[in-house]
Design a protein around this ligand. Structure first.
Ligand SMILES: Cc1cc2nc3c(=O)[nH]c(=O)nc-3n(C[C@H](O)[C@H](O)[C@H](O)COP(=O)(O)OP(=O)(O)OC[C@H]3O[C@@H](n4cnc5c(N)ncnc54)[C@H](O)[C@@H]3O)c2cc1C
Length: 167
């Protein structure tokens, strides 16, 4: 079995040289016993295929403030994503929206990161984005070294202004 991150490679055209062979495989009986199957209750959002991601982190102070983040994602035609603590600790967003090592590996055209410090476990999920814009109020945050554009600013100043300008 070969597993690849969606969008990691561009499909090759006209270079197929392989052949398909039928193999005889002896499958041993599974040691796993299925007791019950349940459908996972989730929102079914796929941040891996979004062209634009507006990702929010622990710089957000309150769950109510997600409204302005959702508005920004909406005006940009994108999806809301987040760092892990927002989903697993605060439970403000579903785990389907987590970017990173234990979340999704994404490759959007544009990623706007709001109040995210840029820890390696987060960055592995977004480093392939074409353009990364970060809004962070800490001049020493790791993300400042990793983003293409850095706004050293308070997201509570930037997001309402972006929404007013774009909305
Ligand atoms: C095994 C393992 C797996 C992990 N997997 C993942 C993973 O898949 N995804 C993931 O995200 N994390 C993962 N983590 C956690 C990861 O190490 C970090 O703890 C996490 O990414 C930090 O999230 P954050 O950037 O939102 O929060 P923080 O590191 O707390 O950063 C918050 C940032 O917000 C800024 N800020 C605060 N207020 C404002 C404001 N008003 N305006 C602008 N900026 C502001 C601060 O300056 C700070 O830089 C994993 C950890 C481990 C050990």
């Amino acid at each position: 079995m070969i597993a690849l991150v969606p969008g990691a490679f561009t499909a090759a055209v006209g270079t197929e040289t392989g052949s398909i062979e039928d193999l005889k495989v002896e499958a041993r009986p599974s040691g796993i016993r299925v007791i019950e199957s349940r459908i996972k209750k989730d929102e079914s959002v796929n941040i891996e295929t979004a062209e634009v991601l507006v990702a929010v982190g622990q710089g957000l102070n309150s769950k109510d403030d997600l409204a302005m983040i959702e508005k920004l994602a909406c005006v940009l035609g994108g999806e809301v994503a987040c760092s892990k603590p927002l989903a697993t600790d605060r439970k403000w967003l579903s785990e389907e929206r987590v970017i990173g090592l234990s979340g999704k590996k994404c490759k959007p055209e544009l990623a706007i990161l709001l109040g995210i410090s840029g820890q390696v476990q987060f960055m592995v999920g977004i480093r392939d984005a074409r353009v990364i814009v970060s809004v962070n109020s800490d001049e020493n945050a790791c993300i400042n070294q990793l983003a293409d554009y850095v706004l050293l600013a308070d997201l509570y100043d930037v997001v309402p202004q972006l929404n007013a300008a774009l909305g």
